[in-house]
Write a protein that binds this ligand. Structure first.
Ligand code: OXD
Ligand code: MN
Length: 671
């Protein structure tokens, strides 16, 4: 690890361009004690305050709390320059130029302002095992589990241990680099549902991506005034001069990666990874982990949900929020093209929903993001034409493959890519074909399974007119879903709110390439939040349940869907994609109060022939699709019970336990 240069940071304005301001830092001779930098720099507010007192006037444009934060962290990280981002086109152009010069991105010439980044192959996904939440009391972060049980609902780290971990990484980590200060708003600027963050990062790739994914720049600072903000510190962990050459010109430090959250201080510190949710701190770290904790404190919900507006042929509109684990086609559903004539679907968001009951008791949702950080493989004109239209310009691609005529390429685009081009893989291997194999005979992928596009939401042809409404959109239905090849029907409805919370708590799905998991295994993923809970899952369930006791709330109906059931031959039984409108139509009509559901052991299921199948090209065996095998459900109940018992032994609300017993009773008597 690089030694920090000693002495407090002095900030001089060296350049004040038309559109942005750049500062350079140098280090004064008077030294801090070595101890203050190395043992507990994050706790040493006094030393930082001293630096602030002496030098803060030189970051004049910033409000004092931000200035203090910047100085404190600059004092530890020792960047050569500090750049306050204004979010302008000019600034972005100079960042893109720098990224090109540094060999971090190349243009995809077939499109307008589209770029391809290839990462170090060691930095390709979220690292859940290195993601921590720190609170003085462990039980505030994760449920206590028995000795010998490995907890699967987040990682806790003691505050003093975290201080040491951060103290052994951040000092001097930005030497030779620029610290960018990114003011950003999660949610429309100024909305009462929005929150502001300040991210400090030494990665220009992160700045360019945050500009797409959030509302970023000067307007945010103006709106914030002296208000509160979430503190987000990020470093790729590669100070200059480099000790070893980079791979793909992508600075990162995988051996030392840590993604940490201090919810009591509304603070995030992430080190060592430049990619995705590890480094674009507005997304999973802020909008889910920190926000879910803020939401609990303030009485609202921050959820891993898409938001979709649906208009029926009569012109009536409803909004749904839907939670799916990664790799269940959330982005496809968020942008779906309905196949039933007369229906319209419009996108508000594809990944995260912040939801709050308004004064009339209606649940209102905003999408805190401004862009899509979507999984590329599988996206095509047949699966998601709206995403394809969105990513034709102003998009940053990461770890996709490239054609010789300057297009992007990934698995799923076989039919849409001309035959006469050659393909270079995400690993820079030329002349890839679908038959390319490794020396030990394994199929080589052209694009990494977690390769991404990062594109502005405003470019999506089906954005909802209200997607930036500061008041949010009213939510009528909450949908849970997962990849369930067996036993789980196409759709069912919860009997009531508490049953709905139980359904969310017992969600499962096949694992994803978005994180470091290797095999396709069935994983419990309650509320699709398993990697994103900002506090103890048991307390999270209490929070959801308490809405049932609040008077005058119009609680949305809750549903569970499964597009992924397979028949005995291993084929999907439901065509999915646009045809999912048929299920949404049923959900819509249920929300409108239609009598089209009947009781089953697991919830309310569609009455025979109540799902509109008119015009469906494929033959679907609805009987089989809704069959509830007794053995499967008995085993499911045993598994859920054992999951709760091992993972949430002390904090599971009694009501969830009661819901499980009710399910067990119904399965016993009705199946
Ligand atoms: C994602 C995820 O959205 O992993 O990237 O959920
Ligand atoms: Mn997600």
């Amino acid at each position: 690890m690089a030694e920090a240069t000693k002495g407090p940071v002095v900030v001089d304005i060296v350049h004040d361009g038309e559109d942005h301001t750049e500062y350079s830092t140098h280090h004064a001779v008077k030294a801090f004690s070595k101890c203050s930098l190395h043992t507990s720099p994050f706790a040493n507010q006094k030393a930082a305050a001293a630096a602030t007192k002496i030098y803060s006037t030189q970051l004049d444009g910033l409000q004092s709390s931000i200035r203090q934060y910047v100085l404190e962290k600059a004092d530890i990280c020792r960047p050569d320059n500090i750049h306050i981002c204004d979010g302008s086109e000019t600034e972005n152009a100079s960042l893109i130029e720098k990224l090109q010069k540094d060999g971090m991105i190349t243009p995809l010439k077939k499109y307008d302002n589209c770029w391809l980044a290839r990462t170090d192959p060691k930095d390709v996904a979220r690292v859940e095992s290195k993601t921590f939440i720190s609170t003085p009391d462990k039980r505030d972060t994760i449920p206590i589990v028995a000795d010998g049980v490995s907890g699967k609902l987040g990682n806790w780290i003691a505050p003093d241990v975290l201080e040491q971990e951060l103290g052994s990484r951040f000092p001097g980590c930005m030497t030779g680099r620029t610290m960018y200060v990114i003011p950003f708003s999660m949610g429309p600027i100024g909305s009462p549902l929005s929150k502001i963050g300040i991210q400090l990062t030494d990665s220009p790739y992160v700045v360019a991506s945050m500009r797409v994914m959030t509302r970023m720049g000067k307007e945010v600072l103006d709106t914030l005034g002296e208000g509160e903000f979430v503190k987000c510190l990020h470093s790729v962990g590669q100070p200059m001069p480099l000790k070893e050459p980079l791979t793909n010109n992508w600075p990162c430090n995988p051996e030392r990666t840590i993604v940490s959250h201090i919810p009591d201080r509304r603070e995030i510190c992430s080190f060592g990874s430049g990619y995705g949710g590890n480094s674009l701190l507005g997304k999973k770290c802020f909008a889910l982990r920190i926000a879910s904790r803020i939401a609990k404190d303030e009485g609202w919900l921050a959820e891993h949900m898409l938001i979709l507006g649906l208009t029926n042929p009569q012109g009536e509109k409803k909004y749904i929020a839907a939670a799916f684990p990664s790799a269940c086609g959330k982005t496809n559903l968020a942008m779906l093209n309905p196949t039933i004539p007369g229906w319209k679907a419009e996108c508000v968001g594809d990944d995260i929903a912040w939801m709050k009951f308004d004064s009339e008791g209606r649940l209102r949702a905003i999408n805190p993001e401004a862009g899509f950080f979507g999984v590329a493989p599988g996206t095509s004109n047949s699966t998601n034409p709206n995403a394809m239209a969105t990513i034709e310009s102003n998009t940053i691609f990461t770890n996709v493959a490239e054609t010789s005529d300057g297009r992007f390429y990934w698995e799923g685009l076989e039919k849409e890519t001309p035959d006469n081009v050659s393909i270079k893989t995400w690993l820079n291997e030329e002349n890839w074909t679908k038959d390319t194999k490794t020396s030990d005979g394994k199929k080589v992928l052209a694009a990494h399974a977690n390769s991404r596009f990062c594109a502005p939401a405003s470019q999506c042809p089906v954005m909802d007119p209200a997607w930036e409404d500061p008041a949010g959109v009213p939510i009528d239905a909450i949908i849970f879903g997962g990849r369930r090849p067996e036993g789980v029907p196409l759709v069912y409805e919860a009997f009531n709110w508490n049953h709905g919370v139980f359904i969310g708590a017992s969600m499962k799905s096949e694992s994803t390439a978005a994180a470091e998991h290797k095999a396709k295994v069935m994983m419990n993923d309650p509320f699709a939040m398993r990697p994103f809970f900002g506090y103890n899952f048991g307390h999270y369930l209490d929070h959801w349940l308490h809405f049932n006791d609040r008077p005058n709330l119009h609680l949305p109906k809750v549903f569970h869907v499964n597009w992924f059931r397979k028949n005995t031959a291993g084929q999907f039984m439901w065509p999915g994609f646009g045809e999912n409108t048929r299920v949404l139509d049923w959900i819509f009509r249920r929300c409108a109060g239609e009598d089209i559901a009947q009781e089953s052991a697991i919830g309310l299921v569609p009455k025979p022939n109540s799902i509109n199948l008119e015009g469906l090209q494929e033959k679907v065996d609805m009987q089989e699709l809704f069959h509830l095998p007794r053995e499967f459900w008995e085993k499911e109940i045993t598994d859920i019970r054992s999951y709760f018992k091992t993972q949430v032994p002390q904090d599971l609300p009694a009501e969830i336990e009661a819901q499980l017993s009710l399910l067990e009773e119904r399965v016993k008597t009705q199946l």
